[in-house]
Design a protein around this ligand. Sequence first.
Ligand code: 13P
Length: 241
Amino acid sequence: MRRIVIAGNWKMHKTQADSLEFLTGFLPQLEATPEHREIILCSPFTCLASLSKTLHGSRVMVGAQNVHWESSGAYTGEISGEMLTEIGVRYVIVGHSERREYFGDTDETVNLRLKAAQAEGLTPILCVGETKQQRDAGETETHVVNQIKRGLVGVDQSKLIIAYEPIWAIGTGDTCASEEANRVCWLIRSQLANKNVPIQYGGSVKPTNMDEIMAQPEIDGALVGGASLEADDFARLVNYQ
Ligand code: 13P
């Protein structure tokens, strides 16, 4: 049985106060959530400690949005795995397209971050996905397969989550058709030694399309940006039908 993992990626949104207010609205709505669904909130670094303290003993896990590959050193602005696990963080997003586009992450640095995260006991969420130009040029498959192959060299597939996030669907309201997302998730799975790695879809997931996305056989969850910022919306997603 593959796990179902639903994660919110808050990106650079929410102060510490905002994050705790979110929980006040969100947690009471988890009473009827089926037990086997894993729920993760990936917040800015500044919220992680207070979220992790408040969520201690609850079923909601805390994730970061980046991790460095060294355990310490002269890397201004970076955070190590140990700094995250010390405050109760269990997951980390690695290789999000925004990190690749704006902050220079490559398949090689993504690979280093994945291995460092696992060495510290974190479960990384590896993000892959094509641009609109790559899709239009018929390069989706080769691009995604390359990201998977290069990113996963030496990575333990038993402690891994993958998110397929077509870049053109992120924050645009232009969701990838669920059958097409399913097809690419199947392609990703075909590249894996461990067929049980949870594969999420991400890109304009909303309360209105979540049920359809989750009905696809190769999609094991969602990585959600905008719709994870509102407690009611994110509760609707984790309580999908
Ligand atoms: P949206 O859900 O806002 O499209 O963002 C998706 C995403 O980038 C999650 O990592």
